[in-house]
Design a protein around this ligand. Structure first.
Ligand code: SF4
Length: 708
């Protein structure tokens, strides 16, 4: 007899609900959950192929210590004693953890509590740093909190949707489907795509601006100046609800702010640019969707500010169909931030600098006989963490559910850094990865369809991911592994969890604990989800935070009352000084490198490569190149080429593409040495980061292309 079960897709930040059909202990089919508000029954090709990607082949099934398979007791004791030894010899800060947006919120919570709370090291960061860190930094500085103001419904209700640095059609396909339906329903809706590449998202574009890479802040600064000049600012909103407009306008006008000058700097047609400015200024209901094309930059935070500034100055926020909307890449990038998964956070959206935060978390995590020892200042952000490992400062590193060898910039240096680290612990599902091969201790973890917990999608919606199948062999849930290590290190009283609902309940209680004084923290409040118990947790329906007794059904849109989460209650319009990419082009490396996901693959393809139909979309690593560049370099369509940078190289199939601007190339991020000895896109980027967010500049490399 078939049985239906509801869960959430493990791939992108849309967070689609899934109905899985189980037969005899196997998932035989999946379809979209018709009641889940993220997708209302829709799925993209990746989500709909999930049943094809399951199976125990290639999975890690037993723990390993120093290359020898052992039982869990031995493995956990080994992790605990080696962490203890490293800490005794070198201090708390010799320990570090690197987590992932693939983890569930409960896993994240327990890892954060162990490392920051009881091991006393601030060095716990996550691959979410590569995803939305710049957007987070800008939201906090402008709106007062890491709080995405909009809902997916706002995209459908908008009169103008601006996609900038986002190939929504490939990276968030169900949102793109929703946008298409909304546009068909409302013929007056306009879509503008701003991107150096002509992507599939242009299918819906009424206007396309193929800008020079990295010129986004100049373009939006130009918009702010244009709105002021044309008297299109929302003066009432600006005066009542914001500060900083004058300084921001002065900065925007520092460079020649004429449409012609901005168009020249952005390398777009002036008339088309002014059309965009006019459309933006004329509509109140504008949603600007942005993603890694904005965030992954050495000036990513500034670019986000430039976008948010225009929304604030036009009063296009806090109302239906309006707002600056950063779309996360990963399924639980936001859930990780909720529990303090970034090195600059403590827990529950509290940062170190929030007054009283350290004491508050200490009080909450204390037990009758245990007191946590929280660090007093932030730890290393992802790229800097691996720099510290390279310098030999970190003696024990625990990596969970991610492969920094593939995703971090200057990946060859990351490999060398990990090789230097005396103790490397890896929690992972798959047996055959280059990172697993380097680990001293390997811990087999459960994966999607086995794990049980919650994730939060791009619109702040918490959904249940449900454990429908048993993990293979001796694989265990991440929260279980971390908790049992904590017990063996003497912290059992604080980590006696037996089920994820207990962790979720504690997480919800912490979000509400002494949380009544500051609006900034009140925004992240799950008090309405405290005390669900096992049954209530199992039955939890998707819900957007904050969830409080006053808002028991969650909160679709923030800042509707015009009160922002800053100390003054007013949003801050920040002065922005546009900067170009820091990775300089040269004679040796004359081409600008861009990279990203392809439609049917996910990260390092450990799951998606198992489906033939997903592999058929793009079967091998490729490099998209403009026809004139290919001709000048003697490269033919379908030939093989080296893509070389100062930091590394990869092999790829040449695709001559009209979508590319001349002088710019594009490669996918998914392939690693595991597939066809291709090399890694991550090795082609220098490890330069945004000074505020720590997000690396993974869209603006400098490379050369030669025939292979
Ligand atoms: Fe999964 Fe994203 Fe596709 Fe939805 S859009 S089915 S979350 S990959």
């Amino acid at each position: 007899m078939a049985q239906l079960n509801l869960t959430t897709c493990p791939y992108c930040g849309v967070g689609c609900g899934i109905e899985a059909q189980l037969e005899e202990g196997r998932i035989v089919d999946v379809k979209g959950d018709s009641e889940h508000p993220a997708n209302y029954g829709r799925l993209c090709v990746k989500g709909s192929a999930l049943a094809e990607t399951l199976g125990h082949h290639g999975r890690l099934t037993r723990p390993r210590v120093d290359g020898v398979e052992v039982d869990w007791d031995t493995a956990l004791a080994s992790v605990a004693s080696r962490l203890h030894t490293a800490r005794e010899a070198h201090g708390n800060e010799a320990l570090a953890a690197y987590l992932s947006g693939q983890l569930l919120t409960e896993d994240y919570y327990v890892a954060n509590k162990l490392f920051k709370g009881f091991l006393g090291t601030p060095h716990l960061d996550t691959n979410s740093r590569l995803c939305m860190a710049s957007a987070v930094a800008a939201y906090k500085r402008s709106l007062g909190a890491d709080a995405v103001p909009c809902s997916y419904e706002d995209i459908e209700d908008a009169e103008l949707v601006v996609l900038v640095g986002s190939n929504l059609a490939w990276n968030h396909p169900v949102l793109f489907q929703r946008l298409r339906v909304a546009k068909n329903r409302n013929p007056l809706m306009r879509v503008v795509v701003i991107d150096p590449r002509v992507t599939d998202s242009c299918e819906l574009a009424d206007l396309y601006l193929g800008i020079r890479p990295g010129s986004d802040a100049r373009l939006f600064n130009g918009l702010l100046a244009w709105m002021a000049k044309k008297k299109r600012l929302n003066q009432v909103f600006v005066e009542r609800f914001t500060t900083g407009l004058e300084e921001a306008l002065a900065a925007a006008q520092e460079d020649d702010a004429s449409v012609e000058a901005v168009a020249k700097d952005c390398d777009v047609d002036a008339e088309r640019l002014e059309t965009f400015y006019y459309w933006f200024a004329s509509q109140l209901h504008v949603v600007t969707l942005y993603s890694q094309g904005i965030n992954q930059s050495t000036s990513g935070t500034e670019k986000c500010h430039a976008i948010i500034n225009c929304h604030l100055a036009g009063g296009k926020i806090g109302l239906s169909g309006a707002g600056p909307f950063s779309i996360t890449g990963q399924p639980n990038a936001m859930g990780g931030r909720e529990v303090g998964g970034l090195a600059n956070q403590l827990a529950a959206h509290m940062d170190y600098e929030h007054p009283g935060a350290i004491e508050r978390v200490t009080r909450f995590w204390s037990t009758p006989s245990l007191a946590p020892s929280l660090p007093s200042s932030p730890g290393h952000k992802a790229v800097q963490l691996f720099d510290a490992i390279e310098r030999g400062e970190v003696k024990a590193l625990w990596i969970m559910a991610t492969n920094p060898l593939a995703s971090l910039p200057d990946a060859n240096r990351v490999r060398a850094a990990i090789e230097r680290c005396p103790l490397v612990i890896v929690s992972e599902c798959m047996a055959d990865t280059d990172l697993v091969a380097m680990a001293d201790i390997v811990l087999p973890a459960s994966g999607w369809s086995e794990k049980d917990g919650t994730v939060t999608n791009s619109e702040r919606r918490i959904s249940r991911q449900r454990g429908l199948l048993s993990p293979p062999g001796e694989a265990r849930h991440d929260w279980w592994i971390i908790s049992r290590v904590a017990e063996r290190m003497g912290y059992g009283e604080a980590f006696c969890y037996q089920h994820p609902w207990e962790i979720f309940d504690e997480h919800a209680r912490l979000s509400a604990f002494e949380n009544d004084a500051e609006h900034q923290l009140r925004l992240f409040n799950l008090s309405g989800l405290v005390g669900l118990g096992h049954e209530g947790y199992d039955a939890l329906k998707p819900i957007q935070w904050p969830v409080t007794p006053e808002a028991p059904r969650g909160t679709a849109r923030l800042f509707e009352d015009g009160i922002f989460a800053t100390a003054t209650g007013k949003a801050r319009i920040w002065p922005v000084k546009p900067q170009g990419p820091q990775q300089a082009l040269s004679k040796a490396f004359p081409l600008r490198l861009n990279s990203g996901r392809v439609r049917d693959q996910w990260h390092t393809m450990t799951r998606t490569a198992r489906s033939a139909r997903l592999m058929n979309h793009r079967a091998e690593p490729f490099v998209d190149v403009h026809e004139a560049d290919a001709k000048a370099l003697g490269l033919r369509e379908h030939s093989l080429a080296w893509v070389r940078a100062a930091t590394g190289e990869m092999r790829a199939r040449v695709r001559i593409s009209p979508a590319q601007r001349q002088g710019e190339v594009f490669v996918p991020i998914h392939w690693t040495d595991r597939f066809c000895l291709a090399g890694r896109a991550g090795s082609l980027y220098q490890s330069l980061t945004d000074p505020l967010s720590g997000q690396p500049e993974s869209k603006h490399g400098a490379v050369a292309l030669t025939a292979l």
